[in-house]
Write a protein that binds this ligand. Structure first.
Ligand code: CA
Ligand code: CA
Length: 391
């Protein structure tokens, strides 16, 4: 029982740390913070009741075998099982729900809003999500219980404690096709082209971290069936596809979750400043080298565009669904100054998260699009006022 108490204390500490971090982000109004935490408590209480009903039996069934088999040396599964069979049922429910969140929490990024992890097929799953209390594993079909990313596709993950697997809801493991599958610039029928460095040296900026200009290690295979996979609270796979080869499937995509985390942090920051971000749109996410070089309108595109490396996005906020940026600063017109409202949020996020530093460029409206902002996480600070299609 002392072990269970120790486990719970550990989990509680981690949860409190996360909560403090959240409260710190929304310091502006104490009334707000109180209302927010009361709301969160209510939601949490509701979750505990639901979890008590749904999860209780899952754990009990899944851990019964290991309890009887390993009675001499009680492992983590047996500890949790004994907590579940304890008469103090709400505590047991809290333990299972809390341990799940503590173990899967790191996967959700600094924003807490990521819903996918992207790995080349065959690579081990994140080791920082493994701890004494359990591990994150694949939770599907023939790969169930594996600690390695399966063949290319979208998979479910689970937290494993002993023999018990509990699926992580709203979260996907996306396994990529390796870059070596690309032949003559193509994967299947889809044309990607060649990255700088694949056929010669790259002149990467000296201040950039070396790895940022390496060709990508793999590609996400996007099908008509999986394109709506959510990778974070506000974004789906399809939002980042290159706008070309409309009739070719599967398509292929590079996404660095680092930048998706940054985008979600920017949206959270804007929301905390009273801006409705529900209508956020990605104008341009990933661009194949082929498209970056020659497709569409290439004006204003950099030879080493971050869009080719999957850590850049051109976004705007369009809550009135007219296809263009809204009047975010309420000056009565839509202009580049509305993109600057988002830029201010990017500045605040980079100050709070220096590891996500990168480029930001604001663009005015032109024929074909309204104002927008380019946001990337290239690893060094860059700012510009743009024209054309973004870099
Ligand atoms: Ca609009
Ligand atoms: Ca305005």
């Amino acid at each position: 029982m002392a072990d269970v108490r120790e486990l719970m204390e550990k989990i509680e500490k981690r949860l409190h740390w996360r909560r403090r971090k959240k409260d710190g982000e929304s310091e502006g109004s104490s009334t707000h913070a109180q209302v927010g935490s009361t709301g969160a408590l209510l939601v949490f209480a509701t979750k505990v009741v639901l979890v008590l009903l749904v999860v209780g039996w899952m754990w009990t069934i899944a851990t019964t075998g290991s309890r009887t088999a390993g009675a001499s040396e009680p492992g983590a599964a047996a500890k949790i099982a004994s907590a579940l069979t304890n008469t103090d049922a709400p505590t047991a429910a809290f333990l299972t729900d809390a341990s799940l969140r503590a173990l899967s929490g790191e996967l959700r990024g600094a924003s807490g809003k990521l819903r996918a992890q992207i790995k080349p097929a065959g690579e081990p799953l994140a080791t920082d999500s493994t701890s004494a209390e359990g591990a994150v594993k694949v939770a599907e079909s023939d790969s169930s219980g594996s600690s390695v990313a399966p063949r290319a596709g979208v998979w479910k993950l689970a937290v494993a404690v002993g023999n018990a697997l509990r699926p992580i809801s709203d979260f996907s493991l996306i396994s990529m096709r390796p870059r070596s599958d690309k032949q003559n610039g193509r994967l299947g029928q889809y044309l990607l082209g060649s990255w700088p460095g694949e056929n010669g040296p790259v002149k990467a900026p000296a201040k950039a971290p070396g790895s940022r200009y390496q060709p990508p290690s793999g590609f996400i295979e996007v099908t008509q069936d999986n394109q709506d996979t959510r990778i974070s609270d506000h974004f789906k796979l399809r939002d980042f596809l290159t706008h070309d080869q409309a009739n070719v499937w599967p398509k292929y995509l590079v996404i660095e979750m680092r930048n998706v985390d940054k985008l979600e942090l920017v949206l959270s920051d804007l929301a905390s400043h009273g801006i409705d971000v529900s209508g956020v749109r990605v104008m341009s996410g990933f661009r194949t080298p082929q498209y970056n070089k020659s497709g569409g309108d290439p004006s204003g595109r950099a030879g080493l565009s971050r869009h080719m490396y999957g850590d850049a996005a051109d976004i705007y906020i369009d809550n009135d669904s007219n296809g263009a940026m809204d009047d975010l600063d309420h000056d009565g017109r839509v202009s580049i100054s509305d993109a600057r409202v988002i830029l201010a949020a990017v500045d605040r996020v980079e100050t709070a998260h220096p590891e996500l530093v990168g480029g930001a460029g604001v663009y005015p409206a032109e024929s074909g699009h309204g104002p927008f902002i380019h946001i990337d996480s290239r690893g060094y600070h860059a700012r510009w006022i743009g024209s054309g299609g973004g870099s």
